[in-house]
Design a protein around this ligand. Structure first.
Ligand code: FEO
Length: 398
């Protein structure tokens, strides 16, 4: 059933949502699906901005035909070549053999890797600031390398102020009846998922996000149309401020997070006691997570939100407890910065996880490690109260 929606003058959303996919990129669990957004401008010339994931191809193609209503498609602007957005390019070309593909030089390198059969298709190669006239709409191209792939670019419609922002400003989560962020309680419905999406998908590229935010600051943006999640037409500055914080690794609030690994419950018990004392002594909210039960992408998202992170970790095979090691590897590969970590290690005969976690964290930029570290021998007891108190006080005062 055709289900496209008008955004503003001659500009339409023609995407759809997938609520069946359990893991985005086969890595990140989806709690409430994901949307794949695609857009069309119907002017003297028609332009499609990105295609969609194969999972919603029927809906996407039906919407495209519906919005074109018999007109031919003149341009396909490719802002991003990742397959969740490019999967339908060959199909669209097959249905519109005269369509001209618009992208940058890297776009077309990737296009020929994914779709060598399109090497001879008509193309326009654009660079920063180039424009494309559709009639009353003028499209201007803004390069956004590494947000989230090297070929990524934004397209800005200077006539309507619509910024087609590729992966930037996207979020996990299906779109329900409304396509605009202001049709939801965004903070309640999407903010955690938007942060998890940002931190895990483009978190590593804060510098590049900063560079493109600076360019965007020079545009008169009235709408932000990302490739995932709802469209922004109100409170745009509020969401840009979130991106400003996230891309500069600035914590959003003062909450403390405690992440523990535990084989038999002893490290867990110590972490729970420490969390209770932290809450009491700091007056801050304290969130506790079991590293074996909470997906690393959720933990990474919490690291992006909070300033202080307390890790309780058993020693395992003379190393770091594996799920904790995996989480720390994620922090390293996403280049977490500007955070304070406190470490508690457990070991029945040779505690070593504290030293090993310290070595991993020392590789991160602007990361402070609170002294003293807490060492647990098998289990924490009332006799260890003084040591625990000193540890908690150090975290609060850090
Ligand atoms: Fe939604 Fe980088 O693709």
């Amino acid at each position: 059933m055709i289900n496209y929606k008008k955004i503003t003058d001659e500009t339409y959303w023609i995407g759809g949502s997938d609520r069946r996919l359990s893991r985005f990129e086969n890595i990140f669990p989806l709690n409430s699906g994901v949307s794949y957004n695609s857009y069309v401008i119907v002017d003297d010339k028609t332009a499609l901005l990105d295609t969609a994931d194969i999972s919603i191809s029927d809906q996407f193609l039906e919407n495209l035909s519906g919005v074109l209503d018999g007109k031919k498609l003149d341009y396909l602007v490719i802002n991003h070549m990742e397959p969740d957005h490019c999967s339908q390019i060959a199909t669209v070309v097959a249905m519109n053999p005269d369509v001209t593909l618009v992208g940058n030089a890297k776009t077309f390198t990737f296009l020929s890797q994914f779709f060598p059969e399109l090497n001879e298709q008509k193309k326009i190669t654009v660079t920063e600031g180039d424009t494309l006239e559709l009639g009353s709409h003028t499209l201007s191209f803004v390069m956004a390398p590494m947000v989230h792939w090297p070929e990524a670019m934004f397209t800005f419609d200077t006539t309507t102020g619509v910024l087609f922002s590729a992966d930037a400003f996207g979020t996990f989560g299906a779109i329900d009846a409304g396509i605009f962020a202001d049709e939801y309680d965004f903070e309640k419905t999407f903010l955690n998922e938007a942060r998890r999406y940002y931190a895990n998908i483009v978190g590593k590229y804060g510098m590049q996000v900063q560079a493109v935010l600076k360019k965007a600051a020079g545009l008169d943006i009235k709408f932000i149309c990302p490739l995932h999640g709802p469209i922004w037409r109100k409170d745009i500055a509020w969401f840009i401020d979130k991106y400003q914080k996230w891309s500069t690794y600035t914590p959003e609030d003062e909450d403390i997070i405690v992440i523990y690994g535990s084989l038999y419950g002893h490290t867990e018990s110590a972490a729970q006691k420490a969390a209770a004392l932290l809450r009491e002594k700091s007056g801050k909210k304290v969130a506790v997570y079991d590293v074996s039960q909470t997906h690393a992408s959720e933990l990474v998202s919490e690291v992006w939100r909070c300033k202080k992170i307390v890790l309780f970790c058993p020693t395992y095979n003379n190393g770091i407890y594996i799920p904790m090691e995996n989480f720390l590897s994620d922090c390293a590969s996403l280049m977490v910065q500007n955070r304070t970590f406190a470490l508690a290690q457990n070991g029945t005969w040779a505690p070593a996880s504290g030293k090993l976690m310290t070595e991993k964290l020392q590789c991160l930029k602007n990361v402070k490690i609170v002294e003293p570290m807490l060492t647990i021998k098998s289990a924490l007891h009332e006799t260890d109260e003084q040591e625990l108190d000193a540890f908690v006080t150090a975290v609060v005062e850090a």
